[in-house]
Design a protein around this ligand. Structure first.
Ligand SMILES: Cc1ncc(COP(=O)(O)O)c(C=O)c1O
Length: 430
């Protein structure tokens, strides 16, 4: 049992918070699901809204005192519709998983069937029986996977959809290198009366920036996603739809409140709306730079001698790059991630095609969206790839590499692609 006093505990939390900011401020954050927020998003999050409630929708509340928040949420709904070119937007979700739980609730009943990408092929846990799909008691069948193209095998997946007639045809992954061949899958789904749900958690910023794919025009009826990955807002989620029918839209709104949220973290909603406005101004350039950097990074890693996946397709069309560091199921990905951390490079191990165990995978999933956000470009991607080679191929002393990492990062301490960043350190609290 920890015997420290309450005051000690407070101090320890605050100290660990500063240490974490220092780790990322001095190092290279390369986890594909993470990002940092702009000064104005931070201001909105640190506001009095943190402690408030507003159940319902703007103008239809169960609480008094919501007039100012109504202004914020109404503006946010309009901006989300514009930024994602969506006829319907709900911005109340507190995470990508919550968006998925809400959508699954709106679109299917317990006992219904669903198709999705398996977690081994890069699908998210919320698409599986162990996650949200199981919570809704849906029966999931997974698509056959094309390992060379790193996407669902089109013919096999269309055949599965036509045979199973799932209530929901769910697509999108956590390991997401290339756009989903959505039109073909959506045609098969709609033929058998299935609703197409696209989980854009990882790639939402790329979609809004016009550089990945356009799911709501390629056949997706509903799009879910996180607001804090390539879309660079605070932690939260979006629920979007191409369907203009008011009854369908009401069902989606109800799936959020009263479906899966009561308080929906009003300070984060305010931050999300600021992020939407900043995305309108800067998002296209940001999204383009992310993909440019991911491709430059993949090429530089391959040139250093790493096994980078999907060479035949140009390695990546998203923010992610996948590398294999040893035999299948060898745990080489875990070893690589641990060594990189010692050099100040924060990554995560990941299962790659062939791996069967999540704790001993052979690969890494790397993301460049955070480094792009602080202003790094293709030249820095080459330097970062050379750090990887020094740690993992040349077995150099990690302390020396960590110093060089710190030196590189010291020039990239401000969030770009936003307003008012000059005087605000990106990693406040260091
Ligand atoms: C495809 C996919 N969907 C949903 C989520 C869950 O998002 P959140 O962490 O916002 O709940 C993730 C998380 O990484 C994801 O990769």
């Amino acid at each position: 049992m920890d015997s420290s006093s309450p005051r000690d505990s407070v101090n320890r939390v605050l100290e660990a918070t500063s240490n974490s900011a220092r780790l990322y401020g001095n190092g290279l954050g390369m986890i594909a699901s993470e990002n940092i927020i702009s000064p104005n998003v931070k201001r909105a999050i640190n506001s009095d809204l943190h402690g408030r409630y507003a159940e319902g929708l703007p103008g239809k509340r169960y609480y008094q005192g919501c007039e100012d928040f109504d202004t914020i949420e109404s503006l946010g709904i309009d901006l989300a519709k514009k930024v994602f070119n969506a006829p319907f937007a709900n911005i109340q979700s507190t995470s990508g998983t919550v968006s998925n739980i809400g959508a699954l609730k709106a679109l299917a009943k317990p006992g219904d069937s669903i198709t999705a990408v398996s977690t081994a092929d890069g699908g998210h846990i919320s698409h599986a029986r162990m996650g949200a799909v199981g919570l809704r008691d849906l029966h999931v069948s997974t698509y056959p996977w094309d390992e060379n193209r790193m996407e669902p095998d089109i013919d096999g997946s269309c055949a599965l959809i036509r045979e199973l007639k799932p209530k929901i045809t769910l697509v999108g992954q956590s390991v997401f290198l290339f756009p989903t061949p959505l039109k073909e899958l959506a045609d098969a789904a709609h033929e058998v009366g299935s609703t197409v749900m696209y989980d854009g958690a990882h790639v939402l910023g790329l979609i809004a920036g016009g550089v990945f794919q356009d799911p709501l025009r390629e056949g997706a009826d509903v799009m879910t996603g996180s607001s804090h990955k390539t879309f660079p807002g605070p932690q939260g989620g979006f629920l979007l739809s191409s369907n203009e029918d008011s009854k369908f839209q009401r069902k989606l709104n109800n799936s959020m409140f009263p479906g899966v949220v009561s308080s929906y973290h009003l300070h984060h909603v305010a931050g999300k709306v600021v992020a939407l406005a900043e995305f309108e101004a800067f998002g296209k350039a940001y999204a383009q730079d992310i993909v440019k950097n991911a491709q430059a990074f993949a090429q530089a890693l391959a040139a250093e001698g790493f096994d980078v996946l999907a060479e035949s397709r140009g390695y990546t069309a998203s923010h992610q790059v996948l590398t294999r560091h040893g035999d299948i199921d060898s745990g080489a990905g875990a070893t690589a991630a641990a060594l990189l951390e010692k050099a100040g490079i924060i990554t995560n191990m990941n299962m790659l095609p062939g791996d069967s165990k999540a704790m001993t995978p052979s690969g890494l999933r790397l993301g460049v969206q955070e480094l792009t956000r602080v202003g790094m470009g293709p030249r820095e991607m080459e330097e970062v790839a050379s750090f990887y080679a020094r740690v993992l191929l040349q077995n150099e002393d990690v302390k020396a590499i960590k110093n060089d990492v710190h030196h590189l990062k010291s020039d990239f301490q401000h969030v770009q692609y936003c307003f008012d960043s000059e005087d605000f350190p990106a990693y406040e609290g260091m």
